[in-house]
Design a binder for this molecule. Structure first.
Ligand code: HEM
Length: 406
């Protein structure tokens, strides 16, 4: 129902942005929301869609990362939903293990990309599903290797991750079947991770799981519940985000043949290009918070105890921050987008995700002759928050062999 002035309400615009029918292009609704950068929904949740307002809230200690309602509270929260000082302690333990393990991975990622392209294009010459054949298996292989999850368990875990991440979407967009699947997936995940932890307890290895479990340097061993929750967070982040960055980047390149040609001639373009994908079509479209105090923002007051949705995808196209926001322009200066969030919860996997996307997009540009989209827009996944294509079929004339692959 629209209001008497015929202006859609914030709730109506947000509902439109979430509708599956608008999944390929929710941005016109975000643009309308962005004109009212801080606005309450009828249900009391606040929608924040201005770039500066989102940035401010991401850094405000009066804003909690715990966005769950009381009745949804798990036994133990992951660092993503914890506040300082507990957040900082957990994050420190994870980064101590994570950062050294991702350094020097570039050649290995290159080899994985070469292998994936070679394998799939020889099986189905002339067509490639960029999601199923490259963008999904690449980050999944890497995160499983880093954490120490056996690669052969991936199908079991992939199915759990897919059902769980649908649970991140606003509850009103989910069917009863999906909600039931969510509970089943949670139980399966706990069961799976308990088995994995028990195996590693019996036989430690040189992986992140063992590092967290037994502690290292100044860090004490992580307790078993934190370990389970942290593993789940990393595994899900590794499964369900970078896939969208690579797929959205491929879409942008194939929709802008001039940029594809430029990337072939100027490989360094890939760095700003991936940043522009993170701004223009971000794999994580929004996040949530709750307020611990009354907060004055953009001429209004968000009352203490409110739930807040930070619409990162809207802030990334805020015309008050980015000129010509609806154009894909890798050369734009000062592209400090919100794609990886900001403040103390800034994405831990940002460097890994950027490297994977840069290598994958460079390889696609270099190796596929005359690539084209088979369907534009492609079919999208159901998820509204972790948003991206379900399949991305690309046709091409031939695959140029890599020196290493012949
Ligand atoms: C393109 C890929 C990715 C995108 C767009 C992305 C995006 C984000 C965003 C927006 C946040 C902040 C959420 C908030 O403030 O509420 C975040 C946090 C986080 N991300 Fe990522 N992420 C990506 C890949 C990864 C990967 C590959 C990993 C790890 C394997 C990862 C691990 C994390 C963790 C652990 C946090 C929580 C950090 C904290 O709370 O301190 N992410 N990510």
């Amino acid at each position: 129902m629209t209001s008497t002035t015929q202006q859609p309400t914030a709730s109506e615009l947000f509902a439109q942005a979430l509708r599956y029918e608008n999944r390929a292009d929710p941005y016109p609704y975000f643009a309308q929301l962005c004109r009212r950068p801080v606005v309450p929904e009828e249900n009391g949740t606040w929608l924040v869609s201005g770039y500066h307002e989102i940035s401010q809230l991401l850094r405000d200690p009066r804003v909690s990362a715990d966005r769950l309602r009381q009745e949804q509270q798990p036994i133990r929260k992951s660092l993503l939903m914890e506040d300082a000082p507990r957040h900082d302690q957990l994050r420190h333990q994870v980064t101590e293990q994570f950062v050294p393990r991702i350094m020097g991975l570039r050649d290995h990622i290159d080899d994985l990309v070469t292998g994936l392209l070679d394998a799939h294009t020889s099986r189905r010459p002339g067509q490639l599903d960029v999601v199923g054949d490259l963008a999904y298996p690449l980050p999944v292989t890497l995160i499983c290797e880093l954490l120490g999850v056996p690669r052969e368990d991936e199908p079991v875990f992939g199915s759990i991750a897919r059902r769980l991440t649908r649970g991140l979407d606003p509850v009103e967009t989910q069917t009863e079947d999906e909600l039931r699947e969510l509970h089943e997936a949670r139980d399966e995940l706990v069961h799976y991770l308990e088995g994995l932890i028990a195996d590693r307890q019996a036989a430690p290895a040189d992986d992140l799981l063992s590092g967290l479990m037994f502690g290292q340097g100044s860090d004490a061993p992580m307790d078993p519940i934190d370990l389970r929750v942290t593993l789940a967070l990393l595994l899900i982040a590794g499964h369900e985000t970078t896939v969208n960055l690579i797929a959205n980047g491929t879409l942008a390149l194939l929709r802008h043949p001039d940029l594809l040609a430029r990337l072939r001639a100027e490989p360094d373009l890939v760095t700003p290009l991936v940043e522009e994908v993170l701004r223009y079509d971000p794999p994580v479209q929004m996040s949530g918070r709750s307020t611990l105090a009354d907060i004055d923002l953009a001429g209004t007051t968000i009352p203490k105890g409110s739930r807040v949705r930070l619409l990162l995808a809207a802030g990334n196209r805020d015309p008050r921050r980015f000129s010509d926001p609806d154009r894909f322009l890798p050369d734009r200066p000062d592209n400090a987008h919100l794609g990886f969030g900001g403040g103390i919860h800034y994405c831990i996997g940002a460097t890994l995700a950027r490297t994977e996307a840069q290598i994958a997009l460079t390889a696609l540009a270099r190796r596929l002759a005359s690539p084209g989209l088979v369907a534009d827009p492609p079919p999208y996944r159901e998820n509204a928050i972790l948003r991206g294509p379900d399949r991305l079929m690309v046709s091409f004339d031939r695959l140029t062999p890599e020196p290493r692959s012949v």
